[in-house]
Design a protein around this ligand. Structure first.
Ligand SMILES: [Fe+2]
Ligand SMILES: [Fe+2]
Length: 208
């Protein structure tokens, strides 16, 4: 049976303030409980958003979902870590929203959960991938050179050359999206970097 402030009870309630300056500790206990429940399902929403890439070829031989699956599959078959494989799966998830800066969308999603090196790899993959085609568009294919000496430079070159730029092959046998869901769920269940984490590393509401 729920006690008055247990999480089940809190999820039945809403804060009563109309302006945050009127908020109380109880209001924020209620909101934290709701947020905890919402955050627990973030992986499902990320996967649903990734599916929006299906059917969008953008002039390529495969659609953007297949490109994402192929990039992740190639990384998985090269024995990369689960964190790396999830980065590979999600690196272009921003194609639907960030037409002029798509890597930044993946960065925003992954930032609480991955290492600095992997985050930098995802953030800079747009520039590093340009080595393979910028010269066809009147751009500088060597734009990546400005980052020479960065600790994640070689990691990002490898990601683009081994897994990303090779992932447009209509004949490749990519793994299905369902095979990657457990790794996405596991990674997105444990935020390590967020302004909302308390000193004990837990999210507010997580102790309810
Ligand atoms: Fe990309
Ligand atoms: Fe890509």
């Amino acid at each position: 049976m729920d006690t008055p402030n247990s999480s089940g009870d809190l999820l039945e309630q809403s804060a009563t303030f109309g302006a945050m300056t009127e908020g109380t500790a109880m209001d924020w206990k209620i909101i934290a409980a709701h947020n905890q429940q919402l955050a627990a399902d973030v992986a499902t929403r990320v996967i649903d958003h990734l599916k929006l890439l299906e059917g969008d070829h953008g002039g390529f031989a495969v659609d953007r979902l297949e490109h994402s699956l192929q990039t992740a599959t190639r990384a998985y078959r090269a024995n990369k870590s689960d964190e790396y494989v999830v980065c590979a799966l999600l690196h272009d998830i921003g194609d639907t929203l960030g037409s002029y800066n798509h890597p930044d969308i993946a960065v925003a999603i992954l930032k609480p959960f991955v290492s600095e090196e992997h985050l930098w790899m995802v953030e800079k993959h747009g520039i590093f991938q340009g080595y393979n085609f910028f010269h066809y568009l009147g751009l500088d294919r060597n734009m990546r050179d400005q980052f020479q000496g960065h600790p994640a430079y070689d990691l990002t070159v490898e990601f683009c050359q081994e897994f990303d730029q090779t992932a447009f092959d209509p004949k490749y046998d990519s793994m299905p999206l369902s095979d990657f869901v457990p790794a996405v769920e596991a990674l997105l269940a444990e935020p390590k970097n967020s302004i909302y984490l308390k000193d004990d590393g837990r999210m507010p509401g997580g102790d309810l």
